[in-house]
Every structure is written in structure tokens, then in C-alpha cells.
Ligand binder design. Structure first.
Ligand code: SF4
Length: 257
């Protein structure tokens, strides 16, 4: 895995050297997200016309940001597929690197693949995934405009929680994904990603506060599988999702009826 990650780092570094500054977005200031929102395209002054025949005009256009991030994310997916850095590779049917928009403003991080995810190679497609879809919908977002991944990319046998050494082995993939996407907010689903990314214990204690990873605001909430078993926790979880929306400068959509 070391060689693959090294290759991935070189790929990201090449992007940077090519002037792809937008792979690393500036960190959000502590001020309310609405005030920090970039000016709308309509308000921004039009760029001056490019002088005909100038050196700059002759340069080929850079590929769109999402295309570059998608290529970097695809490189991670390939590295995950080849990875044998921990024992979880032994029983996997499919690795589950993650999916969603490479330009996502919001990334959800869960625990690890379950049986449905292991069978399909996609994150959050079982019953918990259907609940996550409804949570995303309730926020006024679409699944394809966020990014969804897990703390470990291969299924722990019997759906047990990943062990500390498995989390440590897989953390470089998670951190690389977050560094490439550089979302405006990270939402951790359950205790496992909270432990892996922030080294914190217990969602009950961590939720209701804003944390930080590499300058990106982090909100912790309950895993959808926990919410299926404990419907009473859906109310505080919704409060957490509203905190995520506030950081994105959004309001929840009005409820039908
Ligand atoms: S869980 Fe992560 S570190 Fe372990 S084998 Fe799978 S991809 Fe590699």
C-alpha cells in the first residue's frame, strides 16, 4: 500500500505544480457560513478579455476541478482495491472506497461496509443507507451532490466494529479523500469515524459541538443504523444535521403539509 499511496501523493503534487490551486480550498473562517459565502457569479466582475496571441491565451485550458478531483479519487479507489494492509482484505467481496461528487461541500463518513455494501461495492446501500438517503433528502440535498465514505473500506467480519489497528491502516485513504475533496463540512456518523478522524470517544459527548479537521468544520452525529434501533435519537440527530446546514449557509427546506 505504501507504494500506491506514494503514487497518489505524487499525483496530487503534480496537480498542485500544474497550478490546480483549487484542490485545496481555503479554510472557512469562524464567522457564520452565510457571511463567508463567496460572491455569486452575478456579483463578480467579469474577467478582462484575454489578449489575442498572448502567451496565456495560447496555453491549453485546465481541466475542470471536478475532473481532476475525480481522477485523484479514482486513484484512491484503485489503491484501495489493491490494498492488503490489514486483515479486513481477507474476507471482502468488494472493497468500498466511497462515492459521490468530487466537488462535494459535505462529506459523510460512516464506520465500514456491511453485507449489502460488501456485495455491491457501494457505501450505505442497505437499510441504514436508505435512512441516510432520507436524511440527506430532508436536508434539501441530493445523494449525488454529497460524498459518502467510511472509516474502513473493507467489511469487518460479522459487522463487528473495526479494530484500532484496522482504523489506523485505513486512515490514510480517508484522509486523502478528505484532502482531495476539501469539503466545507464533514459529518461523522457514529463512534468509529469519530475515533478514527478525531481520536474522540462517544458520539453522545461529541455531538452538539463543532470540531475541526485540518481547518474543516466537523459535526458528529449518530450512525443511521443506531437511529434504526433507537428512533428517539432521530430528533437530536436532526438537530445535528441542521447544524451542518447552518455551516453550509443553508436552511432546511419547508416540510410538505
Ligand atoms: S480496510 Fe483499508 S487498510 Fe484494511 S485492507 Fe481494506 S483498504 Fe486496506
Amino acid at each position: 500500500m505504501g507504494e500506491l499511496l506514494q503514487a497518489l501523493r505524487q499525483l496530487i503534487e503534480l496537480d498542485r505544480q500544474a497550478g490546480i490551486q483549487f484542490l485545496i480550498r481555503p479554510a472557512l473562517p469562524a464567522a457564520p457560513a452565510a457571511a463567508a459565502a463567496p460572491p455569486s457569479p452575478a456579483a463578480a466582475p467579469a474577467p478582462p478579455p484575454e489578449p489575442v496571441g498572448s502567451e496565456r491565451a495560447a496555453r491549453p485550458a485546465l481541466p475542470p476541478r471536478s475532473g481532476l478531483a475525480a481522477a485523484d479519487l479514482a486513484a484512491i479507489a484503485a489503491a484501495v482495491a489493491a490494498c492488503r494492509a490489514c486483515r479486513l482484505c481477507e474476507q471482502r467481496t468488494h472493497p468500498v472506497p466511497g462515492e459521490g461528487s468530487p466537488a462535494a461541500e459535505l462529506v459523510f463518513v460512516g464506520e465500514g461496509p456491511g453485507a449489502d455494501e460488501d456485495a455491491s461495492g457501494r457505501p450505505f446501500v442497505g437499510a441504514a443507507g436508505q435512512l441516510l438517503d432520507r436524511m440527506i433528502q430532508a436536508m434539501g440535498l441530493r445523494r449525488d451532490e454529497v460524498y459518502i465514505c467510511n472509516a474502513v473500506k473493507c467489511r469487518p467480519p460479522g459487522n463487528r466494529a473495526p479494530l484500532d489497528d484496522e482504523l489506523a491502516a485505513c486512515r490514510p485513504f480517508l484522509e486523502a479523500q478528505l484532502a482531495i475533496i476539501r469539503p466545507r463540512v464533514i459529518c461523522l456518523l457514529g463512534a468509529t469515524p469519530l475515533k478514527s478522524l478525531l481520536g474522540l470517544q462517544g458520539v453522545g459527548k461529541a455531538r452538539g459541538q463543532r470540531w475541526d479537521w485540518q481547518g474543516i468544520p466537523v459535526i458528529a452525529t449518530y450512525h443511521p443504523a443506531y437511529l434504526l434501533r433507537n428512533p428517539a435519537a432521530k430528533k437530536p440527530a436532526w438537530e445535528d444535521l441542521k447544524a451542518v446546514l447552518a455551516l453550509l449557509g443553508r436552511s432546511p427546506p419547508p416540510r410538505a403539509g
